[in-house]
Write a protein that binds this ligand. Structure first.
Ligand SMILES: *[C@@H]1O[C@H](CO)[C@@H](O)[C@H](O)[C@H]1NC(C)=O
Ligand SMILES: *[C@@H]1O[C@H](CO)[C@@H](O)[C@H](O)[C@H]1NC(C)=O
Ligand SMILES: *[C@@H]1O[C@H](CO)[C@@H](O)[C@H](O)[C@H]1NC(C)=O
Ligand SMILES: *[C@@H]1O[C@H](CO)[C@@H](O)[C@H](O)[C@H]1NC(C)=O
Ligand SMILES: *[C@@H]1O[C@H](CO)[C@@H](O)[C@H](O)[C@H]1NC(C)=O
Ligand SMILES: *[C@@H]1O[C@H](CO)[C@@H](O)[C@H](O)[C@H]1NC(C)=O
Ligand SMILES: *[C@@H]1O[C@H](CO)[C@@H](O)[C@H](O)[C@H]1NC(C)=O
Length: 770
């Protein structure tokens, strides 16, 4: 199986191995998941970099990452996010090259494409319909724009529009607004420098005003005019070098006009000051830096910091290599490391921003981040605790230095618990971390009056806490009551885990008890498809309300279930599975219910769910394919998880089953590739079926997890036998200690038919009374 791939690459196997070890970046396809709602960012970013430089396209629908494959360019800007939904964020600090004379720079000069954009890791190129070519390069806090204007044109200009921001067309009041700014221009040797600030609000997290500062250089002689929009001087170009309108949405910027047809600009950003923005660009992209140098730096950073963490010598299937490395890439773009750039407080702790969102990433992403990026992860955990110290609450999501939005529970609790039980210590202050979790569990967050749900906070914490604490369930007094209840139970289990570890026995007992309260939300009379008992809504008198287990109504902020069906949420008591199995009617019924979940053609009453009840593009469904491991049918976990991976994922622009959700989808796939599945907040990993003949995961500190398979193929993936650290294994799970704490080996034999190999103890169900 290896020879053909080596031949495709024109290399011997030994050469291919070496090539792979040196440059896995060749398998990163930046456009993977960028269209059809995947919303990944195809531009240039360092791993967890602050700057994400890419195009902004106008189509009349939301451009979440800035990019769309159609529409008109409105700019190329330095700040973006990747794989988000809700409403666009950022798309600021940009430039737009324009030919001809410019009467009014505020006419929103949308420019078409002459051909599709081109990208590889560290490189981005757009060919504009007006004949201009834009090539980009980036560093951590600065970017480079290289323009080539057509020879046969008069008037080569670059517009710097401080008011440029990604708009939203979703109509929920989430669209970003420009709130004021300033720009000033001064001559330098041979060129010009501009600096200033812009303020904006909103985006998916409903943020109040925040400010970014910028500092840009052009390397060619230029004339320039600043402009101010309607509110002040009318749409007017003026020959002065400063334009400033604080606290006014009068748009402003500058137009730079060049004789040269080749123009290069370097721009730095900072959230602290224009001066720091200048320092950032001067340090990272000094004058004369070539675009190629930046491309090589970015490629090297990704290879060293991210891609080389997972290696293989199995080149037999290029599609799989592209899935592996493109997924690692897209799960490592946000959160953004903004250490040293936090304008709100000074602290010796690290600062990470752009968390989208723990609701999405708590299962597969944060657990994998811990394994692949232990240094980033420890810093990230510390930054969460520091946010609590200064803002009062942990974030469930955060962007532009502001918490929100919280869709269900306070899921940072699960993330902290996962870090704690898997031994993340470093400089994390775990007493403070636990206090932060207790805030989530005990303090009702102030209502932020989100028009989507005015019943309680959507910003942070647990809005429906009064019911949860007083009644042990959540009534329809609160929106999203049922999905919140199952999530609050998981959050409380997180508190139990950390309290237990810190020797706080009383708290441990209390939160373990509370983590079982999802059972109070279980309505034994709800029925669907021959199965009885589902999580159901409860009215304010404490009575169960009728509910179709296959419908979530609008499935949104104002409904009883958020973005997933009752049947989907009714598989989510992951800390209390044995009880869940019992309430579902026992093992056989549970297996049958799971099987039904994956059957095609079951109509659910919600048009988006027609295909199967299982929704591959939705996080509350993520763990469900693996739950067969709890009831003695590991083969069915493999069957269904492989089916999902093979049917819904491809290394193509439309190759994700849904919104990437900041890499949540990609990390689900990565666990499938690895052949394990993490039970967040517990040390348990469920066994799946690895994709490659061999996979080596660098765990840091000289430790490695080595995963080997024999007998695998595209139709041969059922586990026949397994050895863990050289010993025969009959359990459908391993623990953190078994293979991750100090490394280890997993040796699989795979075959085309199921085998009854996992006859040992079932995985633990820690919240279930024995
Ligand atoms: C793109 O620009 C062209 C030319 O100005 C215009 O005709 C077209 O409507 C624009 N498309 C969008 C989606 O705005
Ligand atoms: C520009 O705006 C920033 C942010 O509002 C402000 O701090 C700064 O003083 C302004 N500079 C000028 C020259 O107006
Ligand atoms: C402009 O850049 C292009 C592409 O890099 C190059 O071929 C051309 O020679 C440059 N022109 C000038 C005048 O430097
Ligand atoms: C995060 O950024 C800070 C400041 O640039 C840097 O010192 C730190 O090493 C970064 N963290 C990682 C894991 O790279
Ligand atoms: C556990 O919860 C039950 C009811 O929810 C309550 O009666 C009991 O006192 C709790 N036990 C502890 C130790 O908190
Ligand atoms: C889903 O089913 C509903 C009702 O049967 C139907 O109206 C709708 O068109 C279907 N949607 C899809 C995407 O197949
Ligand atoms: C390569 O991998 C892809 C994705 O898993 C799979 O669909 C395809 O069948 C594989 N090709 C071969 C030749 O095994």
């Amino acid at each position: 199986m290896r020879a053909p791939a080596a031949m495709v690459l024109g290399l011997t196997l030994a050469q291919a191995k070496k090539f792979e070890a040196q440059d896995p970046s060749q398998f990163v396809l930046p456009f993977t998941g960028s269209v059809n709602g995947g919303n990944t960012f195809p531009g240039i970013s360092l791993p967890f970099g602050m700057v994400k430089l890419g195009p902004d396209l106008y189509t009349g629908s939301d451009s979440y990452s800035g990019y769309q494959s159609n529409g008109n360019f409105t700019g190329f800007s330095l700040l973006h996010e990747s794989g988000t939904g809700g409403a666009p964020k950022y798309g600021v600090v940009g430039q737009l090259p324009v030919v001809g004379s410019i009467d009014n720079p505020l006419n929103d000069q949308g420019i078409g494409r002459s051909k599709a954009d081109d990208a590889r890791l560290g490189y981005y190129k757009s060919s504009l319909s007006n004949g201009i070519t834009v090539e980009l390069g980036a560093a951590g806090k600065a970017g480079l724009f290289q323009y080539q204007f057509p020879d046969d044109t008069d008037g080569t200009n670059v517009i710097v529009d401080v008011s440029h921001v990604l708009p939203s067309f979703r109509g929920q009041g989430l669209g970003q607004n420009y709130l004021g700014g300033n720009i000033s221009v001064s001559k330098t040797d041979g060129g010009v420098r501009y600096q200033g600030s812009g303020s904006y609000d909103n985006g998916w997290n409903r943020a109040p005003k925040w400010t970014v500062h910028f500092c840009g250089y052009f390397d060619q002689p230029t004339t320039f005019k600043t402009f101010l929009g309607e509110d002040s001087t009318g749409n007017k170009l003026a020959d002065y070098s400063d334009a400033s309108e604080q606290d006014s949405d009068a748009r402003l910027g500058a137009v730079f006009t060049f004789d040269s047809k080749n123009v290069t600009s370097r721009v730095g950003v900072s959230f602290i000051s224009p001066k720091q923005a200048c320092e950032n660009v001067d340090r990272e992209i000094p004058a004369g830096t070539s675009r190629v140098t930046l491309e090589n730096n970015v490629k090297t950073a990704w290879n060293n910091q991210v891609l080389s963490k997972v290696t293989t010598t199995d080149f037999s299937n290029t599609t799989r290599l592209q899935l592996l490395y493109s997924s690692l890439y897209h799960m490592s773009i946000i959160p953004s490391n903004k250490t040293g750039e936090n304008p709100l407080w000074s602290s010796s702790e690290p600062y990470y921003d752009d968390i989208f969102t723990f609701w999405d990433t708590l299962r597969c992403t944060t657990s994998l981040l811990h394994i692949l990026q232990p240094v980033v992860y420890e810093e990230f955990i510390r930054s969460l605790v520091d946010i609590w110290r200064h803002d009062g609450f942990l974030p469930d999501a955060r962007s532009s230095f502001f918490n929100g939005a919280t869709q269900g529970g306070s899921n940072a609790d699960n993330v902290l618990a996962d870090a704690y039980v898997k031994g993340v210590r470093g400089a994390v202050n775990w007493d403070d971390a636990f206090s932060a979790m207790v805030t989530d569990a005990e303090t009702v967050p102030p209502n932020n009056n989100d028009p989507r749900d005015k019943t309680a906070s959507t910003k942070e914490g647990r809005g429906a806490l009064p019911d949860w604490k007083d009644r042990g369930y959540i009534t329809t007094k609160y929106k999203r009551s049922v999905s919140r209840a199952i999530e609050y139970a998981g959050n409380d289990f997180g508190l139990y885990q950390v309290a237990k570890g810190l020797g706080k026995d009383e708290e441990a007992q209390k939160y373990l008890n509370r983590s079982r309260n999802w059972r109070n939300q279980w309505n034994p009379d709800l029925e669907a498809l021959g199965f009885k008992g589902f999580l159901g809504p409860i009215d304010e008198d404490g009575n169960f309300k009728d509910q179709d287990p296959l419908s979530c109504g609008g499935c949104y902020w104002g409904d009883d279930y958020y973005e997933a069906l009752p049947i989907e949420y009714s598989f989510n008591a992951h800390h209390d599975i044995n009880k869940l199995v019992e309430l579902s009617g026992g093992k056989d019924k549970f297996i049958a219910r799971l099987e039904k979940f994956f059957e095609g053609g079951v109509s659910s009453g919600n048009s988006q769910f027609n295909h199967t009840l299982f929704n591959p593009g939705n996080e509350p469904s993520f763990t469900t394919p693996y739950l067969f491991n709890y009831v003695g049918r590991q083969d069915l976990s493999v069957k269904h998880s492989r089916y999902v991976a093979d049917s819904y994922y491809a290394p193509t622009p439309s190759g994700l089953p849904g919104n990437s959700d900041a890499g949540a989808m990609e990390s689900w796939l990565l666990w499938s590739i690895i052949g394990l599945y993490p039970m967040t907040g517990q040390t348990t990993f469920l066994i799946g079926s690895p994709w490659f003949k061999d996979l080596t995961i660098d765990l840091g500190g000289g430790n490695k997890l080595q995963i080997n398979t024999e007998g695998g193929g595209s139709q041969s993936y059922y586990v026949q036998s397994l050895k863990v650290n050289g010993k025969s294994w009959d359990k459908a799970w391993v623990t953190w200690e078994d293979v991750f704490a100090k490394g280890g080996t997993l040796d699989f034999v795979l075959g085309s038919e199921p085998a009854d190999w996992a006859t040992g103890d079932a995985p633990p169900s820690p919240a279930t009374e024995s």
